[in-house]
Design a protein around this ligand. Structure first.
Ligand code: UDP
Length: 389
């Protein structure tokens, strides 16, 4: 099929002012289109929002920690166009039964936990001896853990944390959640293994504001989207909750939400940005000390958030899509409905009900805008709906 450039001056509405809309909006604006972005909250950047804590002046990650990491060179160059990125390596600690260890599980964690001084090869054989090799093809979180790290490490670092984080037993969760984390038989304690990693110098909200800073982009905050608004536009890109678009008429897709308990401290409270708590008896999953996310700044006072996870109710902010069997069945029904719509493209974490890292969100937004720009007819826009179920 031959694609022609769409005529300029089309009017697009983008719902939600996070990375998806900002990036798609910018790409379309640069091709001569008029962009309106609306968001029900009073700030841009969605759950990546950062702001200065009024009491301590520390830059806080209002909706929990966000560390930018990617293997995608184009995405890395894209974000660096709009902000200086400061070097930042995510080094997470975890507390289990009153002792502190480093994550992801690495040689130091293993040696400390078992009170040994094993070499990489010895540790590999030792952990293999702990593993449950009767599990040949692990499908659940628990099977994956028992198969690859064994019961003791699983119990100390993953079982309790995961029950708190997801509100269910790890045998009801897919192995893919655990596969996000590596196990290393060396002393590398970098949480991520991507080529590029860093923090935007002035925070994510300033970064998103820079992306949106274009004469053809108009941002309306504190504004609720309703479907009638769509008739004023040639096309809508919707990054709000997929079920919300349909007024939850088939039921609600399950999410976990987070509550943050803020407290301040004079000095250095925990010596690192993120301290996880593996024990089920500790009600929160982790404590974040925000000044450590900006190590190039200097602050005497400190602000920390204790993070609690719970089921998302109507009116709460959705964070993590649960994606268990029931949710997937409901998702499939909403996807059917979405596919029948003309003139709406569902994008981003909430629009496609997937747990997306920021770099993947930006990659998909760039691809969506580019494919869209190649289409002749807005109603034939190729990515009318994309989602992996
Ligand atoms: N996890 C855990 N203990 C930890 C850290 C992570 O059990 O100390 C589990 C938990 O189920 C989490 C998953 O591993 O959802 C993936 O970890 P990641 O750091 O990617 O979590 P997220 O970025 O989703 O908060």
């Amino acid at each position: 099929m031959e694609f022609k450039e769409m005529k300029r001056g089309m009017k697009y509405c983008l719902v939600g002012a996070g990375f998806s809309s900002a990036v798609i909006g910018r790409e379309l604006a640069e091709c001569g289109h008029e962009i309106t972005i609306i968001d029900s909250r009073n700030h841009v950047a969605g759950n990546c929002h950062t702001e200065r804590d009024p009491e301590t002046n520390v830059l806080v990650h209002k909706y929990g920690p966000h560390i930018f990491h990617t293997d995608d060179q184009e995405v890395w160059e894209y974000v660096n166009r709009f902000s200086v990125f400061k070097p930042y390596v995510n080094r997470v600690k975890t507390t289990s039964k009153g002792l502190v260890y480093s994550l992801p599980i690495n040689l130091h964690t293993i040696n400390q936990f078992f009170g040994k001084s094993m070499s990489p090869d010895e540790a590999r054989s030792f952990v293999e001896s702990q593993a449950d090799t009767s599990i040949t093809s692990p499908t659940t979180f628990e099977e994956q853990a028992l198969r690859f790290i064994g019961k003791e490490l699983y119990d100390a670092f993953f079982k309790g944390y995961t029950e708190k984080q997801w509100g269910c037993h790890p045998s009801d969760l897919p192995a893919s959640i655990l596969k996000r984390l590596p196990v290393r038989f060396n002393y590398d304690d970098n949480y991520f293994f991507h080529r590029f990693q860093g923090m935007p110098e002035n925070g994510y909200t300033e970064l998103v504001k820079e992306i949106l800073d274009h004469p053809s982009i108009n941002v309306c905050l504190n504004k609720q989207f309703n479907r009638q608004d769509a008739t004023h536009y040639d096309h809508v890109f919707y990054s709000g909750p997929l079920d919300g678009y349909f007024d939850y008429e088939l039921g609600r897709l399950g999410y976990r939400t987070l509550d943050f308990e803020r407290f301040t401290y004079e000095g250095d409270y925990q010596g690192c940005a993120v301290m996880n708590y593996g024990d089920a008896s500790v009600p929160y999953t982790r404590i974040t000390e925000h000044k450590h996310f900006s190590p190039w700044e200097s602050h005497e006072a400190s602000v920390c958030y204790r993070e609690y996870s719970r089921a998302c109710k109507p009116g709460d902010i959705p964070y993590y899509p649960i994606r268990q069997v029931n949710e997937k069945a409901l998702l499939a029904q909403y996807v059917q409905k979405a596919k029948q719509l003309k003139g709406v493209t569902f994008v981003g974490r909430l629009g496609t009900y997937r747990y997306l890292d920021m770099d993947v969100t930006i990659r998909e937004a760039l691809d969506t805008a580019r494919r869209f720009l190649k289409c002749v007819d807005v109603n034939d826009a190729v990515p009318a709906f994309f989602v992996e179920t």
